[in-house]
Design a protein around this ligand. Structure first.
Ligand SMILES: [Zn+2]
Length: 246
């Protein structure tokens, strides 16, 4: 009898424990490949395939193996914007050294409309003012007609890899005016600096999927800014075995 009770107790309790710890709905979870700190130091070798990345989200940003341009994912489709400005669909077998994804589902009560945003700094200020808390990680999506988007992309790197700040000296910048498209991004809280960059990070792609990149500046009038609060953070550090000299 005691054993039966113990068994029942176990069966009853395990799902409850897992519910508390692990059963966040997928749209509440963000998954990140590598740390921003490692990425900035020049760790551009991808070990995660896009097939694996897609298991964790259909929406996100990042880059492609060997820092080969900017990556943007929306509605389950993953795109690479190369430094020559061309846009390519990313094959599942390709790899990424740094990316973050979620299954995006906006929170109705955080849905905003930001009007007459003159530049990216203004957008950041405006969004911050509307946030009930700056502690959660946020996923953000803006769709519609943009009056201006200034984007950049970075050229593919070769070993020995240089730091990101050096690689960015060869970035190409594109001015897009009066274009329809989508901006995809995240806001990380200040306590996560290093794991990611604290603050906002957006990538953009035009509706015809022919241009885009990492957003440096943007402008739009009266577009809905969809925001999702994320409560679970997962990541892979990609570290190989450590070789420590005796
Ligand atoms: Zn970026």
């Amino acid at each position: 009898m005691r054993r039966i009770f113990a068994l029942l107790f176990t069966v009853a309790m395990v799902p409850a424990v897992f519910h508390v710890c692990f059963a966040e709905p997928p749209e509440r979870a963000i998954f990140q490949i590598s740390t921003m700190t490692a990425f900035k130091q020049g760790e551009y070798d991808g070990r995660t395939t896009f097939a694996q990345l897609k298991e964790h989200g259909d929406f996100g940003i990042g880059t492609v193996n060997e820092l080969d341009g900017e990556m943007i994912a929306l509605d389950g489709k993953f795109f690479q914007i190369k430094s020559d400005g061309t846009v390519h669909a990313i094959d599942d077998s390709e790899k990424t050294p740094f990316a973050m994804v979620t299954f995006f589902k906006a929170d109705g009560n955080l849905r905003l409309s930001v009007e007459n945003t003159r530049d990216f700094a203004r957008l950041k200020e405006t969004l911050d003012r509307f946030l009930p808390s700056t502690n959660p990680i946020l996923a953000i999506r803006v769709d519609g007609e943009f009056t201006y988007v200034k984007v950049r992309s970075v050229p593919r790197q070769q070993k020995p890899y240089v730091k990101l700040e050096v690689a960015l000296k060869n970035q190409t910048v594109f001015d897009l005016r009066n274009v329809r498209g989508s901006m995809v991004g995240f806001r990380f809280p200040s306590y996560m600096e290093g794991i990611n960059d604290a603050g906002y990070h957006f990538h953009f792609i035009t509706q015809d999927r022919k241009a885009g990149g990492h957003v440096l500046e943007c402008g739009f009038k009266g577009l809905p800014v969809e925001i999702a609060g994320l409560s679970r953070f997962g990541m892979t550090l990609l570290s190989g075995p450590l070789f420590i000299k005796p």
